[in-house]
Design a protein around this ligand. Structure first.
Ligand SMILES: [Zn+2]
Length: 87
């Protein structure tokens, strides 16, 4: 049976499906941005940062995002919106 997994955009091999787990507080910060002073959505937006799920300040139950991994490239792709989350 042929795999229907999305392919890694860097090497083209099938991505491994999983879940991105965290205790919260993870974010992407642009290269030229200063670190936010707080983990609030407003502070993140002020610096152009993207807060990565699961969001520790959201109400339980925690929603961890579905993730795709490429072990060859050592990269993980996750959605940072509310879409594609798994419980
Ligand atoms: Zn790859």
């Amino acid at each position: 049976m042929r795999s229907t997994s999305p392919l890694c955009p860097w090497c083209g091999k099938p991505l491994e499906a999983g879940t991105f787990m965290s205790r919260g507080g993870n974010y992407f910060l642009p290269l030229d941005a200063q670190k936010p002073h707080a983990y609030t959505q407003a502070a993140m937006e002020k610096r152009g940062a993207i807060l990565l799920p699961p969001h520790f300040f959201s109400a339980p139950p925690v929603k961890n995002p579905a993730a795709l991994a490429c072990r060859t490239c050592e990269k993980i792709i996750i959605p940072y919106t509310g879409k594609g989350q798994v419980g």
